[in-house]
Design a protein around this ligand. Structure first.
Ligand code: PNS
Length: 163
């Protein structure tokens, strides 16, 4: 049985807001697993392999962080891996309803679970993967929105005549 904190999400793609949560959560535990949802029903721009790869590049210098893909229910994934603590970031009141519902549902499926919420840094309150995708579509500079290590990868995904 392991005892890592687990930060689940879609990460389509990882943003600087996610990175802030990853940095802070990893300083609160021995080991942090960033769990990337592989879900056919949730259409993503980046494949699960691409999303995992981008997170690996962005966290390469973090010794106690590992990146895993998972499918199915988060609560079941936690049972299988023997972990008990989920981490989620909260940006605004608008996130709260969904996060409360998810945390309560996860706990009802797996009563051993708890969810730790970290408040987003105020610099990132507006930031989301969908904002990043929109910026990239319009060829905006992604500096400060996504980690440096993945800027090119994200920009190229939306560039029809780069190659
Ligand atoms: O980054 P996101 O898209 O806000 O992450 C949402 C995620 C992946 C954590 C959530 O959708 C999830 O846990 N999905 C797995 C399926 C599941 O457990 N559903 C029940 C809780 S909503």
């Amino acid at each position: 049985m392991s005892d890592s904190f687990v930060y689940p999400g879609t990460f389509d793609p990882v943003t600087e807001g996610h990175m802030d949560i990853i940095r802070r959560a990893s300083s609160l535990c021995q080991h942090l697993v960033v769990a990337v949802l592989d879900n056919d029903a949730k259409r993503t721009v980046f494949s699960v392999e691409e999303r995992v790869r981008m997170l690996e590049l962005a966290t390469a210098d973090m010794d106690n962080v590992s990146i895993r893909a998972f499918s199915g229910l988060t609560a079941e994934y936690m049972k299988i891996t023997g972990n008990k603590t989920l981490v989620r970031g909260l940006r605004a009141v608008s996130d709260f309803d969904y996060e409360l519902q998810m945390a309560l549902l996860n706990k009802s499926i797996n009563p051993n679970l708890d969810t730790v919420f970290l408040l987003a840094n105020q610099d990132h309150l507006y930031l989301s993967s969908s904002v990043v995708r929109d910026l990239a579509k319009h060829k905006a500079d992604l500096t400060g929105f996504v980690p440096e290590e993945i800027k090119e990868i994200v920009a190229e995904k939306f560039c029809s005549n780069c190659k």
